[in-house]
Design a protein around this ligand. Structure first.
Ligand SMILES: [Zn+2]
Length: 176
């Protein structure tokens, strides 16, 4: 299976703004395939292009039951058009920050407009895990990692824990 290498924080590449995809670009399908394989191989429920070294606005998510019933959704140029609900603070992991989880406060509901790989305009609505995952992956497209999404106090602890995780050789998909 064709997988890609995951870019790990604090690589400055993860802090860059990604560029919009050209709708109908034929290179997007093979890229999306490789991203999907990479997400599953590392037991993630979402992956954004910058995490595999590509500065384009494309993400893949699968929050249902990826191990038993894979159903990947590829979102090209995704854009949050609505957030709703009282903010909830919950631990998030990230394939680019192996070995740690970080509490991030987000609204539970997200509505996202995007293009599919055939260039059709689509909308997806997600609540709880999917709502959170969509927001997390779109953050990546804007150069935001877990360390930028959490509050200042949690960031200090997260950076400390992350240094320890890297020192013991934590791999993507591992959450302590
Ligand atoms: Zn992430």
């Amino acid at each position: 299976m064709d997988t890609l290498k995951i870019v790990l924080a604090p690589d400055p590449f993860l802090r860059e703004q990604c560029e919009p995809c050209e709708i109908g670009d034929p290179t997007l399908k093979p890229l999306a395939n490789k991203m999907t394989n990479t997400m599953y191989a590392n037991h993630g429920c979402g992956l954004a292009a910058p995490q595999v070294g590509v500065k384009k606005r494309i993400i893949v998510v699968d929050c249902d039951d990826p191990e038993n019933n894979p159903n990947p959704i590829v979102l090209v140029n995704p854009e949050i058009i609505a957030l709703d609900g009282s903010p909830v603070k919950e631990e998030e992991g990230c394939l680019s920050c192996p070995g740690i989880s970080v509490p991030v406060t987000r609204q539970p509901f997200a509505r996202v407009r995007y293009y599919d790989l055939d260039g059709n305009e689509c909308t997806i609505e997600g609540e709880d895990l999917l709502g959170r995952c969509l927001q997390h992956e779109i953050d990546h497209l804007n150069g935001k990692t877990l360390f930028e999404s959490c509050n200042a106090l949690d960031r200090i602890r997260a950076i400390h824990e992350y240094k320890q995780a890297l020192a013991r050789g934590a791999k993507p998909g591992e959450v302590e």
